[in-house]
Design a protein around this ligand. Structure first.
Ligand code: GLV
Ligand code: MN
Ligand code: MN
Length: 428
């Protein structure tokens, strides 16, 4: 690993706000805590329900009104100017299986603290803000139990019909609607009128840590394409079926896994990240050649044309795999997004706020998807990153230093206060 040669990190001495934040973050990290130091609280599981109840109480005890919309997005509204729109800030509390404590949860808690501090800031000021402030915990950002990812914000922004989301089933056959009713966090709130959106998240990469920079200002997204692939063969006996007769769906799937990896290996100039991330084998039995395999393929790049070329190459590799394994393969794109900018005015606003607080910053792209990727298409949006140690992500070992999470929350407070004054009006 390439570590910068840098001066020793100064000792971090938390102030009162920092201590409050860190204590709440420790409390939140107890929900679904795993022995390896991470969390397991996939969307609409019991652990997700418990942390939602905790956030509900945190918000209402500080004067926020909590509401749930028809896909389980959890909103906490603080109204200063009745009738005025809201500056919305949030992320997601759901996690991956054996996920990290910071992914999403940091952004929701930072939003709650920052919104609360911004309210206090305005209460102590002679003027009133133009906009109110609201916190959001988006439903099912991770897309692990229920596909696709970013489900709650996709429904909120009109990209996914609510009926499709509610009817989506997990591998055990439980639908989103049933699971949300079980944890009691589905309602009929239509959502606040959003004047601007802000989100803070861990970087999930090594860039900021490597460059010894406190804050990443997200200026655009990588593109992503996700596919559901079904490989069909024929079920038979692993011992008695002669090799020439086999139509082994798992062999076809394995060749596809290698083909997906080779796409990335062949892209030497521009980054291309590729994975087969999920596989379901039928019947998955020791003495049976598999009849069917379902795979999830995930391709990402900062160059959309390269991504499209890679996707085309993958399609072109399919006939050879079908022939070699005597199988048939069907591939459907299920989710994706393009390389798209965040508003420059939002990046500038955040840069000025970081300068005011003496925080180093640099412009970055986001490789991972975030709810802000949806929100930026319907409201002026600001996306901020704090460093991730070693870039570890979707792993129990995910870690961000206390000084960085606290600095990010300070910055988000400043950004929300500015957005509440209407700083991004007329920016799109
Ligand atoms: C969502 O988090 C994604 O990166 O797909
Ligand atoms: Mn996340
Ligand atoms: Mn994630």
């Amino acid at each position: 690993m390439n570590h910068p040669i840098s001066s020793p990190t100064p000792v971090f001495t938390p102030n009162g706000n920092d201590r409050d934040f860190l204590a709440d973050f420790a409390a939140l990290s107890d929900f679904g805590a795993t022995p390896g130091g991470g969390v397991e609280r996939q969307a609409a599981t019991a652990a997700d329900g418990e942390q939602r109840a905790w956030l509900h109480e945190w918000l209402t005890s500080r004067g926020f009104e909590v509401h749930y919309d028809n896909v389980g997005n959890q909103f906490g509204l603080f109204t200063i100017n009745p009738g005025a729109p809201y500056v919305l800030s949030g992320s997601h509390l759901d996690s991956q299986p054996l996920g990290g404590r910071y992914d999403g949860a940091y952004g929701v808690l930072a939003s709650a603290h920052a919104a609360h501090r911004a309210v206090r800031h305005w209460a102590g000021s002679e003027s009133r803000p133009r906009y109110n402030v609201a916190v959001v915990n988006w439903f099912n950002e991770e897309g692990s139990r229920f596909k696709p990812s970013m489900m709650g914000s996709s429904v909120f922004t009109g990209k996914l019909p609510v009926g499709t989301a509610l009817a989506t089933a997990d591998p055990a056959g439980t639908t989103v609607e049933t699971a949300l009713r079980e944890i009691g966090t589905i309602g009929d709130f239509e959502g606040p009128d959003v004047a601007a959106y802000a989100e803070i998240h861990i970087e999930q990469g090594r860039g900021l840590e490597h460059d010894n920079t406190a804050i990443g200002l997200v200026e655009s997204t990588w593109a992503a394409r996700k596919y559901q692939v079904v490989v069909r063969g024929e079920q038979s006996h692993t011992g008695s079926t002669i090799m020439a007769d086999r139509r082994d769906a798992l062999l076809g799937a394995s060749l596809l896994v290698v083909a997906v990896r080779e796409l990335a290996e062949q892209s030497t100039d521009v980054p291309l990240h590729t994975s087969v991330s999920e596989m379901t084998i039928l019947p998955n039995s020791p003495v049976v050649v598999a009849r069917e395999v379902h795979l999830h393929v995930d391709l990402r790049s900062p160059d959309e044309a390269l991504l499209d070329a890679a996707a085309k190459k993958l399609v072109e590799s399919i006939p050879g795999i079908e022939e070699r394994a005597s199988v048939s393969i069907e591939q459907v794109q299920t989710h994706g997004w393009g390389v798209a900018p965040f508003p420059t005015a939002g990046v500038e606003l955040a840069a000025e706020a970081a300068d005011k607080l003496g925080l180093s910053h640099q412009n970055v792209m986001t490789v991972a998807g975030h709810d802000s990727v949806n929100m930026k298409d319907v409201a002026p949006s600001v996306m901020l990153f704090v460093p991730s140690v070693e870039g570890i992500s979707h792993n129990e070992g995910e870690f961000t230093h206390d000084r960085d999470v606290c600095a990010g929350t300070d910055l988000l407070t400043e950004v929300l206060s500015r957005l509440m004054s209407g700083a991004l009006d007329h920016s799109t």
